[in-house]
Design a protein around this ligand. Structure first.
Ligand code: NAD
Length: 340
């Protein structure tokens, strides 16, 4: 068991979820919000707690579902003294953090993330929220959980596709912050896929440290936190337009960002290739030739990361070093025309 601390939130890595009661203020006044696939998996026991099962899928991240959830919490007798625990992937973490932040003006909560993506990314940083229309994470708060308990056992029931999705964010962490981490991932891909506990523990720890360090410097995303959006500007647009999973969309978003970085002479071709090869070896998509970059760009303009007439884009100078580059909309227009 390793314990990391940030923003007064302890993060327990390689801790058994069976010890979760040790971290609860009061088990009787705790409600677990559990992802349906985790709840129905014979491997895990969550059945002794007050539980609401959250159906799987991004479509639950809606205000309509949050209202439904509030009614269920009230039916279970929840009041201001209650505590929520989200057990699931990024969807359940986002929903739990958001509903806890607004229920009776805010109650405390913790996370037991059960996907690789949620363990290294979605559970960390305090951002939560739901979607509206086609726009992702448009409504939400930044509120930190009381604890995050990461148990690698959950990865044993996770479909391989979801491991691959999580690896997209892990590779992103390496790209923006740490070249030796990128090499480590490349050398240990097969150990990761065979869920070797030590390698997984090491990768989860490194990614959690990278994300928490960045968030700690800039919780409200005024500056450096933006680098965590590497690959996400186009990634979110791809996810929306083509309905493909987050990690796969982020992989394509990183490829587009790197092409732009090469185009404006920030990144060298050999670094671009190292990243592309690793994404490919991981099973992530890297071919952007079939994407309609023009209409993706339109979606990007509508995204929340646009500010005024300029546009912040995260590009790599080299592997391990990301920079926030401001483009005018017409500059980005020109570049996209060249790339297509
Ligand atoms: N708040 C943040 O900072 C942040 C960061 C990144 C992503 N996100 C959000 O996270 C979401 C994506 O998260 P995700 O990739 O974890 O998706 P997810 O929560 O939809 O989970 C993926 C699938 O795995 C299933 N599942 C979860 N745990 C399992 C387990 N242990 N065994 C078997 N099946 C399991 C789920 O039912 C679901 O079908 C998106 O909504 C994204 O916007 C948020």
């Amino acid at each position: 068991l390793k314990t990391l601390n940030y923003h007064n939130t302890p993060i327990y890595i390689s801790e058994s979820y069976l010890n979760v009661s040790n971290y609860l203020p009061n088990s009787d006044k705790t409600i677990f919000l559990v992802d349906e696939h985790v709840f129905h998996c014979d491997k895990y026991i969550f059945k002794s707690f007050n539980t609401i099962v959250i159906p799987s899928g991004e479509q639950q991240k809606s205000m309509a579902f949050i209202e439904e959830l509030v009614s269920k919490l009230l039916d279970l007798g929840a009041d201001r003294t209650y505590f929520l625990v989200g057990v699931g992937g990024g969807v359940v973490c986002d929903i739990t953090g958001f509903v806890a932040s607004i229920f009776m003006r805010g109650i405390k909560f913790g996370f037991v993330p059960t996907t690789l993506l949620a363990q290294v990314d979605a559970s960390i940083g305090g951002k939560n929220g739901v979607n509206t229309g086609v726009y992702k994470n448009m409504i939400g708060t930044i509120t930190q959980p009381e604890f995050i308990l990461i148990d690698e056992i959950f990865l044993s029931s996770l479909p391989q596709e979801e491991i691959i999705n999580g690896l997209a964010e892990i590779i992103k962490h390496a790209c923006i912050q740490d070249k030796s981490y990128l090499n480590f991932i490349a050398q240990n891909l097969s150990a990761i896929f065979s869920l070797e506990k030590e390698i997984l523990g090491s990768i989860i720890t490194t990614s959690v440290i990278i994300k928490t360090d960045i968030v700690h410097q800039d919780e409200k995303e005024k500056g450096v936190r933006k680098i965590l959006n590497f690959g996400h500007t186009f990634g979110h647009a791809i996810e929306k337009k083509y309905g493909i999973p987050h990690g796969r969309a982020v992989s394509l978003g990183m490829i587009i960002a790197n092409k732009i970085a090469v185009f404006i002479n920030k990144l060298d071709l050999s670094s671009e290739k190292i990243i592309k090869d690793l994404l490919e070896n991981t099973g992530l998509p890297t071919d952007i030739s079939q994407l309609d970059l023009q209409s993706l760009k339109e979606l990007v303009f509508k995204d929340k990361k646009k500010s005024g007439s300029s546009f912040d884009f995260i590009l790599l100078n080299k592997i391990g070093e990301a920079k926030i580059i401001s483009f005018s909309l017409s500059q980005l227009d020109d570049i996209i025309l060249q790339l297509q």
